[in-house]
Ligand binder design. Sequence first.
Ligand SMILES: Cc1ncc(COP(=O)(O)O)c(C=O)c1O
Length: 438
Amino acid sequence: MKTANDLRQEILAQVADYYLVAHQNQAFVPGESRINYAGRVYDATELQNLVGAALDFWLTAGPETEQFEEALRDFIGVREVIPVNSGSSANLVAISALCSKQLRHGLRPGDEVIVPAASFPTTVNPILQNQLVPVFVDSCLGNYNLDPNFLEEALSDKTRAVVFAHTLGNPADMDAIMSFINQHNLFLVEDTCDALGSKWGGKLVGTYGHIATLSFYPAHHITMGEGGAAYTRSRRLAKIARSIRDWGRDCWCGYDNPIDGKCGIRFEREVPGMPGFYDHRYFYTEVGYNLKLTDLQAAIGLAQMKKLASFITSRKANFAYLFENLKQFEEHLILPSWHEKADPSWFALPILVRDDALFSRHDLTRFLEENNVETRTLFAGNLLKQPAYKEIKHRVIGDLPVSDFIMRAAFFIGVYPGLSREKLDYMIDTFNSFFKQL
Ligand SMILES: Cc1ncc(COP(=O)(O)O)c(C=O)c1O
């Protein structure tokens, strides 16, 4: 009779065959095949890992999640990684952790948080959810990051934190930002959802602030479908973040759950204000959620982690190739710029249509889309112009002209590792055709 392991090996071998027949890349037909701005890049290993995890049937966060946590920790070189179910959840966990009552000097309702107006919505939403007050500043033209020149003006006696994303993988000016953070003793949350592998001054972004976040949605540097992580060098913040992720419970047991708990006194815990003992697993010190990852996702993530270094190389090469070939259109378009200390692991290539161009963003993106080159606007543009944010409590510094310009004229195209040289050339040809017909 076949053992479980024999059967498993047979199934996984069949999955590899299935990948070859059903998933391996279809031929690219210029003009007919769609060139997405991003997408999953995977081989049989991702499918085999997923099926393997399904056969194990752990389902929730378990051994695969623990291994993924370790792989990510090693890559970033950070002490604590807290896997969660999305980048948005990672931002919620990160900012909520800074609001913990367990931190004597944590953030409190009414405290102000400086954030760029041109942000991804769920970078800002946890600020609102925690009753903090966002103070919106403008971004840099062409660089799309928080403009540090506005930081001093944004400062008040209520300012306690700065939160921002390294936009599309382009590192923000960490020298200016860290000097402001240190001078005023503020918290810093770095949203690196689009910037896994980006460096400033040779050091990975996300390792500058108190806590940082990642997304593993398919558009991002690695994917597991849905998924994300918060990471920090602080053991204390990590314990709080895990608790917020895991219903708010105080217990820090993982999936390998010893009878008396990792604390050793699971059933002999005293709850303040309650006579006798209470099971530590059901002892809550945070107002939490359930934002856990599943082992099915983590198993895919483990295969992706092995490809991460080559993904980053490929993103940089694709960006460089497109950038060089789009320079000829700079009379009409503003191409992205980055600081000499920045080494971006690009998420995408952002473009601004100049105000004096003879065409609008709509004209250009419509042409690209009709020719099967996918585009995206730079997320929400100026968040304050979006209906959901009309009535939020906030402060704003200046008129946000760059954020408005981004909203009016910016879009981005892909640089992800799934773009072959043939596809990149087709993208450039499509730009050429647009400018020829002007
Ligand atoms: C900068 C930034 N932050 C946060 C997120 C949210 O990540 P998720 O889609 O995994 O919730 C995204 C999503 O693309 C993002 O680009």
